[in-house]
Design a binder for this molecule. Structure first.
Ligand SMILES: NC(=O)c1ccc[n+]([C@@H]2O[C@H](COP(=O)([O-])OP(=O)(O)OC[C@H]3O[C@@H](n4cnc5c(N)ncnc54)[C@H](O)[C@@H]3O)[C@@H](O)[C@H]2O)c1
Length: 379
């Protein structure tokens, strides 16, 4: 049966980068005789404009019936004036909730030719390859909260960090599984010297590690981890952590490579996976045809790996992106961020970058990941 991929292009540069990823998906799936059906649906500002809701019922039904969902980005200044529940971002949160995606995976991998784009010194930034697994549907963002005034007339506010054993186990399992596909090291990040929820988290990781004897486990306090991410980022393989800590650490990790347009993400639960680049709708460059599509193309690769079990096809796309960057093909963001190796003086458009990836996919592969454990471990 054909795979059913729901596309949510969204706003700003979202439609451009999603169109690029679809071209790449079509090629790798066709080359492997896998049938796929794509359907476009509304999310975010465009959905608000056309239906009055940022996550309309028609889109809700479509994502629930999907095998996987590919999202561009939502938002823009036009919609920044509405009340909270009538903003594009509310659609995004409702989408994640509807899909029950409790684990957010963000691989952050630098390319040797782009190391100059990192805010870190080159000798620190070179070779960064870390995957953050963030819990996405629990913790303090979803716990009980209260605002009030006490008996002395002072205002107070309270947010609760709550985790059940099952919530911790399912995301930690994702962390172990991700580590098994990479360099087999898992860093569990918490604040166990202060928080009970963290002590439970740590206890559960200790219990679960016996099921994954091939993975080396270490525990780090979140403050120390934040420091080490910028002082010795190469020491990390997979980091697994709760929602709030993961929110902060994944943004910190994202800047290590210096190229926001390059980074993909996968959000996984027990139903369809949600795949999206980490960048936003970039209203400053929307409609100019210069957005970097690689973050979305790499998100499509994650879809093949995690939703369809097509590891080799995913690696093929990753290798093609790597090769294109190696050849010096650059979108404007990569040029302006000081990355080296630009071909000529200029930069290519979104479409030309996608053409370059497609052309690369038609070339014989230098080394197949299936046959090359080193390439696989580098993921
Ligand atoms: N997941 C999402 O949909 C998501 C995430 C973040 C922000 N947003 C929304 O997007 C809008 C803009 O937010 P922002 O400016 O803070 O973040 P942004 O990621 O959209 O843009 C930040 C900067 O990076 C550049 N940039 C981002 N992606 C790029 C790409 N693929 N190629 C080239 N350059 C790229 C932009 O031009 C801009 O200069 C806001 O409405 C925000 O709420 C949405």
């Amino acid at each position: 049966m054909a795979k059913n991929i729901v596309l949510l292009p969204g706003d700003g540069i979202g439609p451009d980068v999603v169109a690029s990823a679809v071209r790449v998906l079509r090629k790798v799936l066709q080359d492997r005789d896998v049938h796929v059906e794509f359907s476009h649906h509304l999310l975010g500002g465009i959905a608000l404009d056309q239906t009055g809701s940022p996550f309309p019922p028609e889109t809700q039904a479509a994502v629930r019936a999907a095998d996987a969902v590919l999202l561009g980005a939502v938002g823009g200044p036009k919609w920044d004036v509405g009340p909270g529940h009538l903003r594009p971002e509310a659609g995004l949160l409702a989408l994640r909730k509807a899909l029950g995606v409790y684990a957010n995976l963000r691989p952050v991998k630098g390319h040797p030719r782009l190391v100059g784009a990192s805010p870190l010194r080159e000798d620190v930034a070179a070779g960064v390859d870390v995957m953050i697994v963030r819990e996405l549907t629990g913790g303090v963002y979803f716990g009980e909260r209260e605002r009030g005034t006490d008996e002395r007339g002072e205002r107070f506010a309270r947010d609760t960090m709550y985790y059940s054993e099952a919530e911790i186990r399912r995301v930690v399992r994702r962390g172990f599984e991700a580590a098994q596909l990479r360099r087999r090291k898992l860093t569990s990040v918490d604040k166990a010297n202060v928080l009970d929820s963290s002590r439970l988290w740590r206890e559960i990781v200790e219990e679960m590690k016996h099921d994954y004897p091939d993975v080396t486990v270490e525990h780090a306090l979140v403050d120390s981890c934040a420091m080490q991410l910028v002082t010795r980022p190469r020491s990390f393989d997979v980091i697994v952590t709760e929602n709030l800590f993961g929110d902060i650490l994944s943004d910190e990790a994202a800047v290590l490579t210096g190229s926001i347009g390059l980074l993909p993400s996968a959000s996984l639960g027990d139903g369809p996976g949600l795949y999206e680049p980490i960048h936003g709708a970039a209203p400053d460059i929307a409609g100019k045809g210069i957005a970097n599509p690689l973050g979305t193309i790499l998100s499509a690769a994650l879809m093949l790996r995690y939703s369809f079990g097509m590891d080799d096809a995913a690696s093929h796309i990753e290798e093609a992106v790597h090769a294109v960057i190696d050849r010096g093909v650059r979108t404007a963001d990569l040029v302006s961020q000081g990355a080296s190796g630009t071909s000529g003086n200029g930069y290519v458009s979104t479409t030309e970058m996608t053409d370059a990836v497609l052309a690369q996919l038609s070339q014989p592969r230098a080394n197949s990941s299936a046959a090359d454990p080193a390439t696989k471990a580098a993921r």
